[in-house]
Design a protein around this ligand. Sequence first.
Ligand SMILES: *Cc1c(COP(=O)(O)O)cnc(C)c1O
Length: 363
Amino acid sequence: MDLDRIYNFSAGPSMLPRSVLREAREELISYGETGCSVMEMSHRSKPFMEIHEQAKSDLRDIMNIPDGYTVLFLQGGASLQFDMIPLNLAREGDVACYAVTGQFAKKAREEAQKYLKVETVFDGETENYARVPLITADMLNKNARYLHITGNNTIFGTQYRNLPECGDIPLVADWSSAILGRTIDVSKHSLIYAGAQKNMGIAGLTVVIIKNSMISTELPDSVPAMLRYDLMAKNDSMYNTPPCYSIYLAGLMFKWVKRMGGVQGLQAINEQKAKELYEYLDNSKLFTPSAEKSSRSIMNVTFTLPSPELTAEFLKTAEECGMINLKGHRAVGGCRASIYNAMPIEGVRKLINVMQAFELGKA
Ligand SMILES: *Cc1c(COP(=O)(O)O)cnc(C)c1O
């Protein structure tokens, strides 16, 4: 198979830069002079500790993470954070605010409801999650322990341009599908989390960036050790065996981001990719963009065709042209092009060309 012909638009796990895969292949059997694979190393060994440290410090560099924040490399996916956040940041009976802008936001709220009182400050379900809200401090309960948002809604293709104005309420954000794809002002957040398999590497690793003042050591005994930020921080994410290979691969990704001109450099390319695709969608008579203009994601572009039959036919045509995984999430149907950092602009242009030709064929 001619790999250079394939463009993978999967929402996650998703495409990786070919150069990163080559590096990983180069080092697969023996990492440097160690004579063993990263997969075979003790997580306490010197080479792995260096990989871990380097990845952490490179992430701090590329995201401009201020002092006073701790970076944790955890497991359990972004989904486990739906529980760790309420368990660590609040106590039974406390209030937390949730903005429900998609399926993952809804799941996050559902988990939080098991532990505390949730106030929903926005719920986009009835409008099919086509937009994100502008959130201002007056919309929030003054006693809320935090406000939770989903920064980029992977399934519906929306994204916050403007962060909520929270006043004194700590902002907690799930940036799984946009982290490293655009600049994110860490200092405006109290906690950021992201599964690595969208835009930072492979499944198995969840990155948590938490303000030190949010790490509570006084938790009820009922909170499982594995779900405590304080224990994870105290043990430098090595309370137990960390996801070693996923951390290694994220480390390669962080170095790649640096080579690409940092997050700023990638953001400029990502904005261009999204602009070209949305411009085509806005002018198309066959394809309709799903998200409201002001809320559009530059990472996940969602669109529909007039019928399920035409959708299926388009997906088949795209696949024959080497463009795979364009099918929308099973919950919403339609199409979705995930155009994360690793998707070159040529892939997006090829997609537009194929869409144009398909549309012409139907005119
Ligand atoms: C994929 C995704 C999740 C779920 O991530 P897992 O690692 O599978 O738990 C949560 N939130 C967002 C925004 C996502 O894109």
